[in-house]
Design a protein around this ligand. Sequence first.
Ligand SMILES: [Zn+2]
Length: 286
Amino acid sequence: MGKIYVAGYGRSGYGEHRGYGWILYVVFVLLFLLALLGGAVAAVVEMYPPQGVLILEYHKVNDRTKDEYSLTPAEFAAQMDVLKADGYTAISVLDFLRAKKGKQELPKKPVVVTFDDGYSDNYTEALPILEQRGMKATVFMVTNNVGLPGYLTWDQLHDMEKRGIELGSHTANHLPLTNMTVAEARDEARKSKLMMEWKGLKTVFVLSYPNGKYDKFLPDILKEEEYLAAVTGDAGLNTFQTDPYRLLRTNIPPSHFGIREFRLRIWKAKAMAVLGLWQNTGTMEK
Ligand SMILES: [Zn+2]
């Protein structure tokens, strides 16, 4: 009985078995190559750390809101401590742009700590943590939200600027610019910048694209509206070859695996830089 079964299985089963084994073999080889590539990238990142400015993207820092945009003050402080311990120096986007023009030197390991949207906890929670560590940061404000519940007020923005925080635009209404006409997108960029400057804040040079969404028609508009740079949500490290209107930025959501996850996100940005993947060099094809 057993013999008959084996014999019967033998003919039809052999081909199937071979097909299955072939797929397994390919999967195994691919996994092996992937592991090899991962190992090689890890070694290169470790031995020859890629040069460039790391830009981090935060939103809210508080103990109240529990969502994908909120870090607790304790978690945020621990991350700032890691940056300091790893030898990073916080700079502004303008520092980076000035260094590109040869007007100032960059520190050995520069990092830009940025906040999108302009939540009031950036003032009440994040600012003291940054000040205790002597760190700068950049806040991208949605100007039509100034003074609304949960958002920064003009007084807070003024005080933050006095205390070394760089302010940028996150547009007037936080709508994706990519869905707009040229005239509408220009309006969003222009009105937010003018509003901040009319209110007596420093000249605004940098914009953060709402939802990280950008398109090839936007840099020209931003240039005409006298912006010098814009940040995206694309991970990587910024060099002087990076398109200033597509600066690379690493999003930092609340972590599920503690500080290791934060380190891994920074590592990913470095790995992308080492591999040269989506590093936004040159200008966008038109
Ligand atoms: Zn936003």
